[in-house]
Write a protein that binds this ligand. Structure first.
Ligand code: C2O
Ligand code: CU
Length: 486
């Protein structure tokens, strides 16, 4: 049917929302379901981390490649003190949380960057249960160690399980032969395009280890020719040579909380010899679906239940199109660890996508007319390396850049129209959108090449909200904008 959009007048330009905004603070207070305040101290600094027998110089929150898991109950208040020990500014974003806008952690849009040597306190109620994560929102810092899981527990949830295992996935090359910024420089100066040409990469002295990008092209990093082992792929900060291990008993039920925190990798995840029952997409309950494997774009999460068989099994996250994998081991008895390249038939089995799933009745958006339609056109190319919205790259210094307006209280339909030849995991801050009529509720959705994806949300959290591709390199190149209202 036709959308009731003709009547919607153009929305007013919101004032810039400052941390002192009393309405934003009042909304936050109203979401609290207890007086509990959960404290957390995060110190971002240059460190050497152990990836499992391999040392990497990076920026992280501790001496491992993954930040500490933050856990609290829905309706509790998080108080995270972030100390910036980096040589550059930073901010922390709480991915997927319908947080108060001034705590959303986007430089310029919601706060000035935390300067080197300074501390900033993020304090906000975490309103909705689910599997989330936090990460730096400054430049390509996410592609270093500056991210970690954020689990909001649901005190009223009916699920029964014996173990809860967070599976935090990353692609990693920082400190191996370069930094994310080196890769980005190669891409944007055109060198990345050259190194992707057949025949170039194998020439001694001409090319070193390559950083393979999602679409099969590659970027050059320094190093020895022929020694192509980067990036690494990590589960909970470990390479497959020394994988993390999850232990249980045969017949136990485990809940997997899977997070794709990669910068440039879609992961296909399966547990060898097991069927998954998928229960949540991006933290929101879905009607359970059976799966052999799950495919996660950058920023996406799935929760799945699994009943453990007797033995030792590979939990594999295959890097799509890159012929490499991240690995963890699930063990319920004695026995040899499976080799890192053990065949896992489930990877080629049933893989439900978010658009095949349905939100549970209780979490469905109330049925109503769409009152505002936004078309967001995804544009750009690998060569020249530029990514944009409607042909315009985001200007990170301007709150006006690629800004779309809505009015508070509207039901908004975003149609993400992908005019490019690559897929993009599109993310909206501060809200959860619903796919199609009753599809999964998500905050990040894969938009396939040349396809359009419709997602609906209610404008019930005033502020300046970033939307962007969660491929960090695309985002940094300009596939980003904001939706604003008061
Ligand atoms: Cu997970 Cu704007 O980010
Ligand atoms: Cu993209």
């Amino acid at each position: 049917g036709g959308l009731a959009v003709a009547c919607a007048s153009s929305p007013p330009q919101p004032r810039f929302i400052t941390p002192a905004d009393p309405e934003i603070a009042a909304r936050d207070r109203a979401l609290a379901r207890s007086t509990a305040v959960v404290p957390m101290a995060l110190s971002a600094r240059p460190v050497t981390v152990d990836l499992g027998g391999v040392a990497a110089n990076t920026w992280a929150f501790g001496d491992v490649a993954v930040g500490p898991e933050i856990r609290l109950k829905a309706g509790e208040r998080l108080r995270a003190e972030v100390a910036n020990g980096l040589p550059v500014g930073t901010t922390i974003h709480w991915h997927g949380i319908a947080i108060r806008n001034d705590m959303d952690g986007v430089p310029v849009l919601t706060q000035p960057p935390i300067a080197p040597g300074q501390t900033f306190v993020y304090e906000a109620v975490m309103p909705d249960p689910g599997t989330y994560w936090y990460h730096s929102h400054s430049g390509l810092q996410l592609d270093r160690g500056l991210s970690g899981p954020l689990i909001i527990e649901d005190p009223n949830e009916g699920l029964r399980y014996d173990h809860e295992w967070t599976v935090f996935l990353k692609d990693w090359m920082d400190g191996a032969t370069g930094t994310p910024d080196d890769v980005y420089r190669e891409l944007t100066t055109g060198m990345g395009g050259m190194s992707g040409m057949p025949g170039m990469s194998g020439m001694p002295g001409m090319a070193g280890p390559q950083y393979m990008l999602t679409d099969g092209t590659s970027a050059l990093l320094g190093g020895d020719a022929g020694d192509v082992k980067y990036p690494y792929y990590l589960v909970n900060g470990r390479i497959p040579a020394d994988p993390p291990q999850f232990a249980g008993k045969p017949g136990d039920r485990a809940r997997l909380r899977i997070v794709n925190a990669g910068a440039d990798t879609a992961f296909r995840v399966a547990l060898g010899g097991h069927e998954l029952t998928v229960t949540h997409a991006d933290g929101y309950p879905i009607e359970p679906v059976r799966a052999d494997a799950l495919l996660l774009g950058m920023g996406e999460r799935y929760d799945a239940l699994v009943t453990l068989e007797d033995g030792v099994f590979p939990l594999v996250a295959s890097a799509e199109g890159k012929n490499a994998r991240a690995l963890a081991i699930v063990r319920t008895g004695p026995g040899e660890r499976p080799p890192p390249d053990a065949p896992v038939a489930e990877l080629d089995g049933r893989i439900p996508m978010a658009w095949d799933m349905s939100v549970t009745e209780a979490d469905r958006l109330p049925r109503r007319e769409v009152t505002r339609a936004l078309d967001i056109r995804l544009t750009g190319s690998m060569s020249p390396y530029t990514w944009s919205i409607d042909g315009i790259p985001f200007d990170p210094s301007s709150v006006e850049s690629n800004r779309l307006g809505v009015r508070s209280g509207e039901r908004v339909r975003i149609s993400w129209r992908n005019d490019t030849d690559m897929w993009h995991p599109m993310h909206l801050h501060g809200h959860t959108f619903q796919l199609a009529e009753s599809g999964a509720r998500k905050d990040t959705v894969i938009v396939l090449p040349k396809a359009t994806m419709a997602t609906d949300f209610d404008a019930d959290n005033p502020g300046v909200w970033a939307y962007h591709c969660h491929n960090s390199f695309h985002q940094d190149s300009g596939m980003m904008g904001n939706i604003s209202y008061e």
